[in-house]
Design a binder for this molecule. Structure first.
Ligand SMILES: [Zn+2]
Length: 212
């Protein structure tokens, strides 16, 4: 079984993807981690990551294919976090799977409202020294102004201020809406309310997959 998991920033999709991977025995593939890892070895990827850009669909997909072949060696039992980002990438992945007698079984959408995403993201704090990330709501440090790890000052990043967050969310909606329509048409979409507690979301998902 292959699963795609997606949702806006702060929807908790990374957390749920890890839980599902563990319980269902899936290979967890995060494109964010993948690009960071590969940028250590590949100067082309490094340039893209350093500029804070997204790799082209072709580059992203070729890296992903190579990574799956090297690290997993199968076209089955993968959970994708952060890929595909758009319809073009989805079609590339679908064709590749089809050629290799595999398919995408489910696309899970963790849905949260813009208001909730803004609430969660504006609670994010980063250590100005060691760069550790905290969240006043979901992952607080003992003292809201001090890093638990190194004692450095916790600050809010420019791109976690409401205006920047709103911009990112509207970009996400524009790109993702057509993708959701495609998933719906193909009958693979499973939508979950991402505003529930973490345990309730994973319970709902696991029971959907027939697990406890
Ligand atoms: Zn620190």
């Amino acid at each position: 079984m292959n699963i795609l998991i997606f949702g806006p920033q702060a929807s908790g999709k990374g957390t749920q993807a890890h839980i599902l991977a563990g319980k269902l025995g899936l290979f967890y593939l995060s494109t964010g981690d993948l690009f960071r890892k590969l940028s250590e070895k590949d100067s082309k990827v490094k340039r893209v990551v350093e500029k804070g850009e997204l790799p082209s669909d072709e580059l992203a997909f070729s890296l992903l294919k190579r990574f799956i072949k090297d690290e997993h060696g199968s076209y089955q039992n993968i959970i994708f976090d952060g890929f595909p980002r758009n319809v073009n990438q989805y079609l590339m992945l679908k064709r590749w799977f089809y050629k290799n007698k595999s398919k995408i079984d489910y696309a899970i959408l963790l849905d949260i409202s813009d208001e909730e995403a803004i609430r969660r993201l504006s609670a994010r704090r980063v250590c100005s020294d060691c760069k550790e990330i905290f969240n006043l709501i979901t992952n607080p440090s003992k003292n809201p102004k001090v890093c638990d790890k190194c004692g450095g000052e916790l600050v809010q990043r420019e791109d976690d201020k409401p205006e920047a967050i709103e911009k990112r969310l509207s970009l996400y909606r524009n790109v993702t809406k057509p993708l959701i329509d495609v998933f719906e048409k193909e009958g693979v979409l499973k939508k979950v309310n991402g505003e529930q507690p973490i345990e309730d979301i994973s319970r709902e998902l696991l029971s959907f997959f027939g697990k406890q």
